[in-house]
Design a protein around this ligand. Structure first.
Ligand code: NAD
Length: 464
């Protein structure tokens, strides 16, 4: 039988798309406001037209995921990001004046944003639409061409995305390639002008290595163990409500989910009661509504529980449904700090609750580990929480709640240390995916050239 030559293998297609984008970006480096707005408008229309199909495809990939969750967590934040970029783009594209030292007067200096060229986006499966197209919104707003590689763990969504993007965009504007880790590795070895990777810290290291020979700048949106810290004067019921919101949504498969809780020792009984009661209100006798993405991920989570030292207190709320990979919520009280549960990012509906003597001990515990992607602080008041926050370094923080800093258009979103590098969203994303090009105009009287050696003597005299 003859080979079907009409469909090029994935890697040939990948190279072809990349080359076409690069050629177009170099041939047409100026991307005006109208073109950028048109791309964002088409992206919005594409999402709105195919909303139900996107919800269905993501539902099929998870097996179980409430349609309302996909609308709230994937579609709404994406539409919001597009709306925000369209409204602000004109002002983002304006040159930014910068002050000029008196020595150079009457010169002028400013910064002009320029498109970088071709931006690559490698996305995970947990919020498949938002994390594939969210970075693309900022990169398109910045005037780039964008090539996306979604996760192989959501094949129905990835195939749909590839089709609808191809219907709405020229292949050298925005395109999608599908494939697993091999294709992803080849993707990251292409000489992109910028590469955005969202995924695990372990794979993030490989992405940085693959990008290094090309000197491709990377934005790494990684994971980690994000703590929720309760001050002695925190309200345990209120904290329990917010912590469980962050932990149960998407069955804990959220990069900024509260991974574990640090609470004053004498608050532990009240806190576990509050967590227990609230979880029962949400789950009743059932499992978390969203399934764990794959059998392998499900087995890993069950393994974290199996590996706990004998005698560890585990409270199960709701019910496991292994056939659908949906899990109950588990509170694990005071697990050993060196257990796998406390070493690895959990990424599922298991919540360790650890007692501490005081807030200083909680902050030491966090500081002794990799810097987290998020941290949550609960105290009597916002003012008190801010005081506790002072020594904390995390990717981002919500005070008295969880997750919500991620949803703010003008707060840069990203990690620090092992939880990532670089941030995007809103104007931070626009600038991240632009070259912020400095321009200097010495003006009609070039002070430097006119004064020659006197320039140096004057400067020395002024600053001595
Ligand atoms: P993952 O690292 O397993 O996969 C992410 C992507 O990387 C997939 O598209 C995959 O195909 C690709 N990939 C696999 N091998 C590769 C390689 N060698 N080179 C380049 N790419 C490769 O992550 P995941 O399981 O899809 O997602 C879960 C992780 O993502 C968690 O750690 C979570 O915290 C993190 N995450 C972070 C954010 C954030 O914004 N910081 C958001 C969501 C998820």
């Amino acid at each position: 039988m003859m080979d079907d030559l009409s469909t090029p293998p994935d890697s040939v297609r990948l190279q072809g798309l990349f080359d076409a984008m690069r050629t177009a970006a170099r041939a047409r480096p100026v991307v005006d406001l109208a073109t950028r707005l048109d791309r964002l408008t088409r992206l919005r229309a594409m999402v709105l037209t195919h909303e139900q199909a996107l919800v269905d495809a993501i539902g099929r990939d998870f097996g179980h995921r409430p349609a309302a969750d996909t609308r709230i967590l994937d579609i709404a934040p994406l539409l919001n990001a597009i709306h925000h970029a369209r409204r602000r783009l004109k002002s983002w594209m304006r040159p930014r004046r910068r002050p000029v030292s008196w020595l150079f007067q009457p010169a002028r200096a400013w910064i002009e944003p320029r498109p970088l060229g071709v931006v690559g986006v490698v996305a995970p499966w947990n919020y498949p639409l938002y994390l594939a197209l969210g970075p693309a919104v900022d990169a398109l707003a910045a005037g780039n061409r964008v090539l996306i590689k979604p996760s192989e763990l959501c094949p129905a969504f990835s195939d749909l995305l590839a089709r609808i993007v191809a219907d709405s965009f020229a292949p050298d504007e925005l395109a999608v390639v599908t494939g697993g880790p091999d294709l992803a590795a080849r993707f990251c070895a292409l000489p992109f002008d910028h590469l955005v990777f969202t995924g695990s810290t372990a794979v993030g290291r490989k992405v940085a290595q693959a990008a290094a020979p090309n000197l491709t700048p990377v934005t790494l949106e990684l994971g980690g163990k994000s703590p929720a810290i309760l001050a002695p004067d925190a309200d345990p019921a209120r904290a329990a409500r917010s912590i469980l919101f962050g932990k149960i949504i998407n069955a804990g498969q959220t990069c900024v989910a509260p991974d574990y809780v640090l609470a004053p020792r004498d608050m532990l009984p009240a806190l576990t009661d509050a967590l227990h009661g609230r979880a029962r209100d949400i789950l009743g006798d059932g499992p978390c509504p969203t399934a764990i993405i794959s059998d392998r991920h499900h087995a890993r989570l069950m393994g974290l529980l199996d590996d706990l030292p004998p005698g560890t207190r585990v409270q199960t709320i709701g019910r496991d449904d292994p056939a659908t990979r949906r899990m109950a919520l588990r509170l694990v009280i005071d697990p050993a700090p060196d257990s796998a549960l406390m070493r690895e990012e959990i990424f599922g509906p298991i919540l360790p609750v650890l007692p501490v003597d005081d807030i200083a001990q909680a902050l030491d515990f966090v500081a002794g580990r990799d810097r987290p992607l998020a941290a949550y602080v609960f105290a009597r008041s916002s003012r008190a929480a801010r005081a506790h926050l002072a020594p904390l370094v995390a990717g981002g923080v919500t005070i008295g709640g969880t997750i919500l800093h991620l949803a703010q258009d003008e707060l840069p979103f990203g990690g620090v240390g092992a939880s990532g590098m670089g941030a995007y969203h809103g104007s931070a994303g626009f600038e991240r995916f632009s070259h912020m090009m400095p321009v200097f105009d010495p003006g009609p009287v070039n002070a430097f050239e006119r004064m020659g050696p006197r320039f140096g003597r004057m400067a020395m005299a002024a600053y001595r």
